[in-house]
Design a protein around this ligand. Structure first.
Ligand code: OGA
Ligand code: NI
Length: 343
């Protein structure tokens, strides 16, 4: 199997040839973290009207497709525990990390893989290792999770439950902004997956990439980060996302763009590497189960004579197959994976 970057990169002086991106895929000029991306405070406050928060979120989803939330209800202690746990995980001997995991990328089981979703088909690799596993229903999935560190299943299980509460709270606010019935997203979007991405120190961040520009294929993503590296593209320009302590970055995925009938937009984002700080992001994805033929389409309430249906109805498992075929191509063609789905 392909070796994890973290197993060989410590102390390397230059980026190996098969990690050197062609010039058009390199990060380009350094982009620093900025403060233009909305930060929304979810603290319940009698002085703040819920409708104000709904409007702030809606505006952020329309203009950026990405925002950060603070006072979101997931405790700081729990977020700190996750940082410590995954630091320990990625520093374990490689045999401990690998034992028992499937490889490569899997939508239904636990996997530990390096670079992108299909290493064998890539011509250049990403400077990244990922641990990935489903999280809901917990009892069904925890047996496939890592056994080391010993507290892994218990701590990550608690975190997954808290992130789930926060996530559905945010989805309710988004649904309210769109004018959908309460609980609209509780139906088929029950699938919850975590991906923990580890980006080791890179000797020459100008040549390598953590992840290329992409939009998440699922409904919505909640990301915990403590180091800079994540960027989003707005109007053709990359903007750095400030790693605010204990905030979550929320980004809209393709399914939410489609369900909202194009009212919300999904955010293109990427990760650059650093020669001074290794970075670990703890990412939770919500969406339909990618293994099932679940029908996704614009919400009927949002299709009217003045707002005609912008996307076709389709099955989510087919969408994921198309998405993977697209991102496995060495040089994505112009357009996006959404193009074939537009009416
Ligand atoms: C992803 C992703 C960003 C990060 O896993 O889809 O965009 O910061 N991750 O790791
Ligand atoms: Ni992403």
């Amino acid at each position: 199997m392909a070796l994890l970057v973290s197993s060989w990169s410590n102390g390397v002086q230059s980026v190996p040839k098969d990690y050197v991106m062609p010039p058009e895929r390199r990060p380009g000029d350094f982009v620093s973290a900025c403060n233009e991306i909305p930060v929304i405070d979810l603290q319940e406050n009698p002085k703040i009207d819920r409708s104000d928060i709904v409007q702030q979120i809606l505006k952020a989803c329309q203009e950026f497709g990405l925002f950060q939330v603070i006072n979101h209800g997931v405790s700081e202690k729990m977020m700190e525990d996750m940082r410590v746990l995954y630091h320990e995980f990625f520093n374990m001997p490689v045999d401990d990390k690998l034992r028992g995991y499937f490889e490569p990328w899997s939508t239904t089981g636990c996997s530990l893989y390096t670079s992108g979703v299909n290493y064998a088909k890539e011509d250049v690799h990403y400077w990244k290792d990922t641990l990935r596993h489903p999280c809901h229903p917990l009892e069904e999935h925890t047996p496939s999770w890592p056994e080391k560190p010993a507290r892994y299943r218990e701590e990550v299980g608690r975190y997954a439950v808290e992130v789930r509460k926060m996530g559905f709270k945010i989805l309710d606010l988004i649904g309210e902004g769109l004018g959908l019935n309460e609980g609209y997203f509780n139906g088929v979007n029950q699938y919850q997956t975590m991906a923990i991405n580890h980006y080791p120190l890179c000797p020459d961040p100008g040549l390598a990439m953590g992840i290329d520009g992409h939009t998440d294929p699922n409904l919505i993503t909640f990301l915990q980060q403590d180091q800079y590296g994540l960027q989003m593209c707005k109007d053709g320009k990359w903007m750095g996302i400030d790693p605010i302590p204990n905030a979550f970055v929320v980004n809209i995925g393709y399914q939410l763009e489609i369900i909202s009938n194009g009212k919300l937009k999904s955010a293109e984002h990427r990760v650059v590497t650093s020669s001074t700080t290794a970075r670990t992001s703890i990412v939770t994805f919500f969406g339909p189960n990618a293994g099932l033929p679940i029908v996704v389409e614009p919400a009927k309430e949002l299709v009217t004579s003045t707002s005609p249906k912008m996307f076709k109805s389709y099955q989510y498992n087919n969408f994921i197959a198309d998405y993977l075929a697209y991102i496995r191509k060495p040089f994505p063609p112009s357009g996006t994976p959404l193009d074939p789905y537009r009416v």
